[in-house]
Design a protein around this ligand. Structure first.
Ligand code: FAD
Length: 421
């Protein structure tokens, strides 16, 4: 059993955005007890979005990616242990085993172990030049290999990460071919019309698609990749192959500890798991969302940020719920996109467009039962007031019906769509 003085000790497994934000919030909310943040990687906690965008493209320096500067941890008495992973959890004893052979008692434990890229059981996956993509080290390597341009790059996977990496590789002047299982890239996330918008954007910038297509085999010479054979037998030359076929929640630990699981670690709206004193946040958590009354597992930046804050407050016994409307963004070529809402509610709905897809400046609204459930803005002026994302979130929260003609009509101000107008 944990000793009396372990009751205020908070252990965080996972040194990513959710874990680091939780540590920050614990201190900003006045927790004075011990906080131990355990990170498997050797780097201080960092943000992943720049890894496939501005950092990869050489537009942002490496010192812009940490969640907080290295000095913050010491200054705030957070015991950051890098290169150390949690290898086992004992909920009854309130203790965790660590990869360095030691163990720790906790009063509360936060599981913020993120997600792991899926691999393919494909001949040739182990060749040099073939990789998945998730970490700062992956981005450093790719920046070196793509930066001079002139390479043949094959991207396997047409989701957000595959599309962002394809954009970065093409921007560097590499010849990029993208394979995906869908007929239209991103269609599962944003529907066929907007998926086509992103495909056209990529094609206009020189990216070739093979859809639907999968890789049958990766081939190489002397241990280094030279090509990918598709399921139709086409041979695509390749110097670099990136496998971006989604991620699995890093939930093995929780499963081993007998926590309730379903597509990640199940939590209530305060991010409590089924085991007393254990919380989960970020990519690994499948949290009950008060707005829909359903569980949602989100693999996005804002979910990790807000989840880290909520879990910290909940660990301190505060009445906190993870109830913000999901949000994410992407940058590809000259397109900056932001999305708020519930993709599951938007599924199958035809988006209402305000603005112009041709000019690449628009808002797409998805409705269900005449209510806005999701919205995406593309290159919408950031200084516009009210902002596109603020309007979309307010419309979703209001749950009031809006006529699609008003959503589409640019002469109706965004502020006039809001319920109080
Ligand atoms: C390349 C890339 C680009 C992205 N771009 C965007 C974007 O543009 N917009 C957006 O909204 N989202 C984006 N995301 C998603 C966003 O970055 C993630 O949702 C977010 O990083 C999740 O944070 P997390 O703290 O839950 O997990 P992670 O950031 O994955 O951190 C978890 C950490 O825990 C460590 N860990 C795992 N197991 C253990 C263990 N047993 N013990 C100790 N440590 C452990 C891992 O090594 C990892 O460092 C992107 C993700 C990637 C990979």
């Amino acid at each position: 059993m944990a000793a009396e003085n372990d009751a205020g000790r908070i252990v965080i497994a996972g040194g990513g955005l959710a874990g680091a934000t939780a540590a920050q919030t614990l201190r900003s909310e006045g927790h004075t007890g011990p906080v131990i943040l355990l990170g498997m990687e050797k780097h201080i906690p960092y943000l992943r979005p720049p890894l496939s965008k501005e950092y990869l493209l050489g537009k942002a320096a490496e010192d812009t990616v940490p969640v907080v500067p290295e000095g913050w941890y010491g200054e705030n008495d957070v015991d950051l242990r890098l290169g150390v992973s949690v290898t086992g959890i004992h909920p009854d004893a309130r203790s965790v085993d660590l990869s360095d052979g030691t163990s720790l008692h906790y009063g509360s434990l936060l599981l913020a172990t993120g997600a792991t890229p899926r691999r393919l059981t494909l001949a040739g996956s182990e060749l040099s030049g073939v990789s998945t993509f998730r970490t700062l080290d992956d981005s450093r390597r790719l920046r070196l290999s793509l930066g001079a341009g002139g390479k043949n790059v094959v991207m396997i996977g047409s989701g957000w990460i595959g599309m962002e990496l394809a954009a970065a590789a093409a921007t560097y002047g590499n010849k990029v071919t993208l394979l995906g299982l869908e007929d239209i890239p991103l269609a599962a996330a944003i529907g066929p019309d907007l998926g086509r918008f992103f495909r056209s954007l990529h094609e206009a910038n020189g990216v070739s698609f093979r859809l639907p297509a999968s890789a049958r085999e990766i081939i190489g010479e002397a241990g280094t990749v030279t090509g990918v054979v598709t399921d139709s037998g086409e041979l695509l030359r390749a110097d670099v192959v990136i496998i971006a076929v989604g991620v699995d929640p890093g939930a093995q630990l929780a499963r081993g500890a007998g926590l309730e699981m379903d597509n990640g670690i199940l939590t209530d709206a305060s991010l409590r798991t089924s085991a007393p004193g254990i919380f989960a946040a970020g990519d690994v958590a499948n949290a009950l969302h008060p707005f829909t009354g359903e569980h949602h597992r989100s693999e996005h930046w804002s979910n990790a940020l807000n989840g880290g804050k909520v879990a910290a407050k909940a660990m301190l016994g505060q009445d906190a719920t993870h109830s913000t409307i999901p949000y994410f963004y992407t940058d590809q070529f000259d397109v900056s996109m932001e999305y708020s809402g519930f993709p599951t509610l938007a599924e199958g709905a035809v988006p209402v467009i305000r603005g112009s897809l041709e000019r690449k400046e628009f808002i797409a609204f998805w409705q269900r039962d005449s209510r806005v459930v999701a919205g995406m803005s593309v290159n919408w002026p950031r200084k516009a007031r009210p902002g596109a994302q603020k309007t979309i979130k307010a419309l979703i929260s209001a749950r009031t019906p809006v006529r699609p003609e008003r959503l589409a009509d640019g002469s109706v101000g965004l502020d006039q769509l809001l319920p109080e107008a």
